[in-house]
Design a protein around this ligand. Structure first.
Ligand SMILES: C[S@@+](CC[C@H](N)C(=O)[O-])C[C@H]1O[C@@H](n2cnc3c(N)ncnc32)[C@H](O)[C@@H]1O
Ligand SMILES: [Zn+2]
Length: 571
């Protein structure tokens, strides 16, 4: 088919270039550069971690072989995971043992040897192929990248772009017209990495995606339906993800945890479970990076990693209700349902009722060792990331998040409940630290604070604050009045604590950045007009912005708010 290059513009991102037709009939959203850069960073770390794990496995096996006879010990679950994960990626050493099955470690002179196969990546929803091309061209050590789309125009564009990107792209990237769900179902445990980047919700792809990843492989998954995940339509969220969202200030983190719980439930159907390495809320979407393993016995731990959330409708208090618990006796562990309820009918702080949301993933959402490696890698290859400033800021903030504290408090909301002036973040953080608890920021909200302090301690600190910063009298039945009517048990100490600023704050390293330009938001399915029906995909603000042409005003306002939020968080 002849093509006139004048009909196209060239878009360059990282090392990849794509041809965009003047009519732009294939999806492309440049704001997703943050998403693609972050994924490349995770992919690089995945390759190096996988190599380390492989070497550790080989040396463990060799030690075993050296010290014991031919009879192998029965491997435990953990061994099976590592073993299977590596078997998928093990390559025969040519001519060393022609009888060895492909993918099996090769045993030579009592030593197990094997070479890791470069990881195979499936970009299941590829559109123009930009992401697949960037993976192939920029990530050293990557294997084949399979790019799928069920839209003929997208596949044609992708194939054109593969050719346009030269020999490396041609040898590594292949594009197919396929329904991603069918393809993933018919390629079980075949891909080291599966990347899902859909329009809106990934929910319909999860069941097949968790089956297509090799043991120890990685699933990367975006969801842009934030209005659904953040509680705009609780029942829609429940039907798509099996969880009820709550409309707290922490809703974006809750969205991440709902998505993780949903992926885990799909994985469990196949005796598999997930281990999150990085979970990010950026721009207008959430994106999670999880490893997938198979183990019927490890799967029993799933209920320990999930919780319901009780959110008081009167004050900012929230409480987690774990689904399961364990009882250990000697060496045996029994799995039991969680003790319930963890809260009384009425909030013990303000007397109002609770909404119940979830279940959410309440175990850690990042592996801090991975986060450190990813951040170090990003910093060492600064010029290779077009969105360096943004992704390094997000990773820095994530690296400082308390790992074991789900969700967070909003200092603004606490003060709004009490109708008091707000202490600065530093003063509040100091009081929490001086009371013997931990506190950190969160990457999802410059004003959010994560703490392991129980709610009664938080309210005692605020009661002490109000004693020095009195409020006007309010009606007695208001949540704030009920809270302030009680005397604090704890005497808060607001003296500035050493750790009241995070390391990044102390060094003035950027943690939150405003959007670089207007229209920095989601895009519709290629070729569609924006109408009010698109609120769940784009969010109310974006849709109204397009419909009413109020974008510039809103953007200016948002940037102003972001700047002032940052200033408050730094203060
Ligand atoms: C948001 S775009 C992907 C953007 C791309 N990952 C990037 O980084 O530029 C989603 C793509 O998924 C494709 N798609 C939707 N449903 C699909 C399905 N069931 N199977 C394969 N592709 C599908 C659409 O045609 C669209 O091109
Ligand atoms: Zn309450």
């Amino acid at each position: 088919m002849s093509m006139d290059l004048n009909d196209y513009t060239i878009i360059k991102e990282g090392e990849a270039e794509i041809l965009m037709h003047a009519k732009n009939e294939v999806f492309f959203n440049k704001t997703q550069v943050n998403n693609r850069d972050m994924s490349i960073a995770v992919l690089r770390t995945f390759i190096s971690k996988r190599r380390q794990e492989h070497e550790a496995l080989l040396s463990k096996r060799n030690k075993k072989n050296g010290s014991s006879s031919d009879v192998e010990d029965k491997p435990n679950d953990c061994d099976i995971n590592i073993q299977k994960s590596n078997e998928q990626g093990l390559e025969e050493k040519p001519n060393e043992d022609p009888c060895t099955a492909s993918g099996e470690p090769v045993k030579i002179e009592g030593k197990v040897r094997g070479k890791l196969k470069p990881p195979r990546v499936l970009e299941a929803l590829s559109a123009s192929g930009l992401r697949a091309l960037r993976y192939a061209r920029e990530v050293e050590g990557i294997g084949q990248v399979v790019a799928l789309d069920n839209d003929k125009g997208a596949v044609e564009a992708c194939q054109r772009n593969i050719k346009f990107n030269g020999s490396v792209a041609c040898s590594k990237v292949e594009s197919h017209l396929a329904d991603a769900r069918v393809y993933m179902l018919t390629h079980p445990k075949e891909f080291d990495v599966v990347d899902l980047d859909p329009y809106g919700s990934p929910s319909v792809f999860l069941d097949s995606a968790v089956q297509s990843v090799v043991d120890g492989g990685m699933l990367m998954c975006t969801a842009t339906d934030m209005a659904v995940l953040c509680g705009g339509n609780g029942e829609v969220c429940y039907s798509k993800y099996g969880s009820y969202p709550l409309r707290g200030k922490y809703c974006h983190e809750m969205a991440l945890r709902i998505l993780l719980a949903c992926i885990e439930s799909h994985a469990n159907r196949y005796k598999r479970y997930i281990v999150p390495v990085l979970s990010v809320q950026m721009d207008f979407y959430v994106r999670v990076f999880v490893r997938v393993y198979t183990s019927a016995s490890a799967m029993k731990n799933t209920p320990l990693k999930l919780s319901y959330v009780y959110q008081c409708i009167g004050c900012d208090s929230f409480h987690l209700q774990p689904i399961g618990r364990t009882v250990s006796k000697n060496t045996s562990v029994r799995y039991l349902p969680g003790f319930a309820p963890v809260v009384p009918q009425e909030c013990s702080d303000c007397g109002k009722k609770f909404n119940m949301g979830g279940p959410i993933w309440s175990a850690p959402i990042h592996d801090q060792d991975w986060v450190t490696s990813i951040l170090a890698d990003v910093k060492s290859m600064k010029n290779c990331y077009p969105a360096y400033e943004r992704i390094s800021a997000v990773l820095t903030t994530i690296s400082e998040e308390l790992p074991d504290v789900p969700l967070f408090l909003s200092l603004h909301n606490l003060c709004a409940t009490l109708k008091c002036t707000s202490p600065s973040a530093v003063i509040f953080r100091s009081a929490v630290i001086n009371a013997g608890y931990q506190i950190s920021g969160t990457h999802v909200n410059p004003l959010g604070l994560k703490s392991d302090a129980p709610m009664d301690v938080i309210w005692d600190i605020m009661r002490c604050w109000v004693k020095n910063h009195p409020v006007k009298a309010q009606p007695a039945d208001q949540p704030g009045s009920v809270i302030l009517a009680k005397e604090p048990v704890l005497q808060a100490n607001f003296a500035r604590a050493v750790a009241s600023l995070s390391k990044a704050q102390a060094k003035k390293v950027a943690r939150f950045l405003p959007n670089p330009e207007r229209h920095w938001g989601p895009k519709l399915r290629a070729g569609r007009q924006i109408t009010s029906k698109h609120i769940s995909l784009l969010g109310e603000e974006a849709v109204n912005g397009c419909l009413n042409d109020l974008d510039s005003e809103r953007d200016a306002k948002r940037q102003k708010i972001e700047k002032s939020n940052d200033a408050i968080a730094e203060s």
